[in-house]
Design a protein around this ligand. Sequence first.
Ligand code: 13P
Length: 294
Amino acid sequence: MLKPVDVLNSARSERYAIGSFNFSTAEILRAIVKAARERKAPIIVSTSEGEGNFIGFREAAALTNAWRAATKLPIILNLDHGKSSEIIKKAIAAGYDAIHFDGSSLPYEKNLAETKKIVEYVRNIEKTFDRQILVEGELGYLRGSSNLHKEALEIKPEDLTSPDQANEFADKTGIDSLAVAIGNAHGVFAKGGEKLDLERLREIRSKLEGKIFLVLHGGSGISENDIKEAIRRGVVKINVNTEIRVAYKEAIEEEIKEKPEETTPYKILEPAAEAVRKVVSEKIKLFGSENKVL
Ligand code: 13P
């Protein structure tokens, strides 16, 4: 079984991206894994704090272990947007392979100091327990939430990640990966979609000189061309949540409307799982991670 860092290193050297797909129920995880298995793709499966609390952190880890054993796929379990050291510690204790500490709402210096503390904590755990845990930091202001938004997206120049700060942040914190704000946002925006600032991404990458892995959050609702160009310019992890949530919810709605008498949960949920599988399968293809299981 490859280590998480090897999975991202292969993606970086071969210029593809690993999809990070959010889940909060067992059947969503099963559907994500099914798509990865069909595409022979390494994947990251993620829970936010809310998603992790719903399914249970230890339960998420146990299910991921079960799928790893069943499929032999590289499946990395990641905490998405951990905002406190308590939640980071909880995920690590449960057995997560990767954590994202999101201090992006803090002033820069505070974000740097807090992220550095998290990295030190994780490196200590790695040494003591002979584990390998990826640490992702975040710089810049990412708007939205993983929902459908009626309003248009408005991104201000000051929201974007500064290449110089990114470089200093990477050096001083010792993170493995960095989530950047380059015109991306969480969710899908009905009026006016996300448009990536690919020149900003190029500048960030040239400053960082391959020191860390670049991560693109808000993968839903970004055009295929922008995604492909972002991967060409060094993004190796792309997070997707909203498109999964929408596909799941719409399939359940449809099923209940069509068969109002049905009460068997697995019959109601099967089309929803299939809808999730389709979304994930298409993203894996777009990200170029198909047939990348070594
Ligand atoms: P979307 O909901 O826009 O796909 O973003 C997901 C994400 O970035 C999770 O961290």
